[in-house]
Design a protein. Structure first.
Length: 75
């Protein structure tokens, strides 16, 4: 089951990234003033937090898939 091994490794990597970064940060531009030719904008940084428990669940699920994939391959 090569697909299970690949999916397991991907889940482990995504879970580790979620634990390391703890969220997704992005920047948006917002118009503050728009008076004809005069415009003023501001940049706002937003963060979407990712709970650490989701990272651990992804890592655990990835390890499970890798173990199941290795067992079915050897058996």
């Amino acid at each position: 089951m090569k697909i299970m091994l690949i999916a397991g490794v991907v889940l482990i990597l995504l879970g580790a990234a979620a634990l390391i970064y703890q969220g997704v940060t992005y920047t948006t531009k917002k118009k503050v003033i728009d008076l004809g030719p005069i415009q003023a904008t501001t940049k706002e940084t937003e963060t979407i937090p990712i709970p650490p428990v989701l990272g651990w669940i992804a890592v655990g699920g990835g390890v499970f898939l890798v173990v199941v994939g290795l067992r079915s391959k050897s058996g």
